[in-house]
Write a protein that binds this ligand. Structure first.
Ligand code: CO
Length: 463
């Protein structure tokens, strides 16, 4: 009997986030929802990540309304979202009451599967959102952030997977946000996790370094149950490997993909001109489609490399790039090998640049790094170098509790602050997550004289 491998389609979330800065409006999605629903996907990733912020900030769309509308048209297939644990959709910790309410409302408005991760893989930062998702009747897919370092061995990740199983997750995901998981390691990692943990396992990678399809193939051979792929118009490059190509290749290899490729083809036929429109507008930069093997050579995500080059260029000191590149792994080791995922990748990159430019290591330290060393992001994968810790925070005692334990409940205050514009608890949550963007969005909606226009600034952070 053919072995089954299922597909999760990312074009409405990570695919468009990776290639077109999450700028696809609901109107482009509506015509393809029936085909997406009929295609036989395990799930459609449609919400979370940067979609929420982008709706409010750039598209003048209510993210909750988008979710409800997609739910109305997708009747058979599970809808999936991405959540940064205690950070929800942002980059700081929220109090438990906000996390619980946000997760509950996400499920109520149509989400079936919540993929939950923490940038440091500190499982304490996952507990509240996992519990809330289960209580709301959602399925919990807990994700491990994959990264490479001296401490991030296959054994480390297998132990982490076993810990996560104990938290009550329904499924596991290996989340290779930087596209640095190689086919050989993927095979090893998936085989060993499957041998130890009895949960469905999904693999998420990016094609940035040009090996995404091979990595997925080896993961499937090792027993991965589900893979994340993106339909052709926004596939490959910084996005996921292509749905259609993988489905054809895997079915020839004897796998049952459960996909109806005629339906996927309908999706791609409709979205190809949408992609062309973003290309013509300059929002889709063809550079995102280029292969970036440097990510594998330097073990640093491609996006982080290009950010550092741009910053050094702006300062007129591009010639110091190789020094900074050497400094990045040193800073990372000093700080206990944080995974290079947003916001830690930016933090480590900035510290490395400051160390090089100032001529003295840790002479200048950004507030975020100071907070990190104080333990406010969570527990680093390995201990922070004691001398570096002394340099940065002196004799201060880092917190040892779960960081969100230090936060007071915030919903009553937030409800009051936005009472003038909020019509629902969902509106309050939009405000809790993105105060300025939500206030402007709700203000434009409620008050004809509200005079802050929709922003048009190019920012994108792919995860
Ligand atoms: Co991703």
């Amino acid at each position: 009997m053919a072995k089954t491998v299922k597909f999760t389609e990312t074009i409405l979330r990570d695919g468009q986030q990776s290639q077109i800065a999450t700028r696809m409006p609901l109107s482009d999605m509506l015509p393809v929802l029936p085909a997406l629903d009929a295609a036989g996907y395990e799930a459609l990733e449609v919400w979370g990540g940067a979609t929420f912020d982008s709706c409010l900030r750039f598209l003048n769309e209510d993210p909750w309304e988008r979710l409800r509308t997609i739910r109305k048209h997708v009747k058979h297939t599970k809808l999936q979202m991405l959540l940064r644990g205690q950070n929800l959709l942002g980059y700081r910790n929220y109090p438990d009451d906000v996390v619980e309410e946000f997760v509950k409302k996400s499920v109520e408005n149509g989400i079936d599967v919540i993929r939950i991760f923490d940038a440091l893989n500190d499982v304490r930062n996952l507990t509240t959102s996992i519990r809330a998702a289960r209580e709301a009747g959602g399925q919990v897919q807990a994700a491990i952030c994959y990264t490479t370092s001296d401490v991030h061995t296959v054994e480390y990740f297998v132990d982490l997977a076993a810990q996560i199983e104990q938290l009550g997750a329904d499924a596991l995901c290996i989340k290779d946000m930087a596209g640095v998981l190689t086919p050989a390691v993927a095979f090893d990692l998936v085989s060993q996790i499957k041998a130890r943990v009895d949960l469905p396992l999904e693999l998420h990678t990016h094609s940035t370094a040009g090996i995404g399809q091979m990595t997925l193939l080896k993961a499937v051979e090792a027993g991965a149950d589900i893979i994340d792929t993106c339909a052709a118009p926004l596939a490959e490059g910084t996005s996921q490997p292509c749905t259609e190509s993988l489905a054809i290749a895997l079915s020839e290899l004897g796998y049952d993909t459960c996909l109806d490729l005629d339906q996927v083809e309908l999706v791609s036929q409709h979205l190809a001109p949408v992609r062309d429109r973003f290309l013509a507008d300059g929002i889709l930069n063809p550079k995102v489609l280029a292969v970036e093997p440097k990510a594998l050579l330097y073990k640093v995500p491609g996006g982080m490399l290009s950010n550092m080059i741009n910053q050094l260029k702006e300062m007129g000191i591009e010639n110091r790039y190789s020094e900074v590149l050497t400094e990045v792994p040193r800073v990372r080791a000093d700080l206990g090998y944080p995974p290079l995922v947003t916001p830690l990748s930016q933090m480590v990159g900035t510290q490395a640049m400051m160390n090089v430019i100032s001529g003295e290591r840790y002479k200048i330290v950004p507030q975020e790094i100071n907070d990190y060393v104080h333990g406010l992001y969570g527990r680093p994968p390995a201990p922070i170098d004691p001398e570096v810790q002394q340099d940065i925070i002196g004799d201060d005692e880092p917190v040892s509790c779960r960081p969100a334990d230090l936060l007071e409940p915030a919903l009553p205050r937030l409800r009051e602050e936005i009472a003038c514009y909020a019509r629902s608890e969902e509106d309050v949550l939009s405000y809790a997550l993105f105060p300025e963007q939500a206030r402007d969005f709700l203000g434009r909606r409620e008050d004809p004289f509200y005079d802050v226009p929709v922003q048009e600034v190019n920012v994108s952070i792919a995860v």
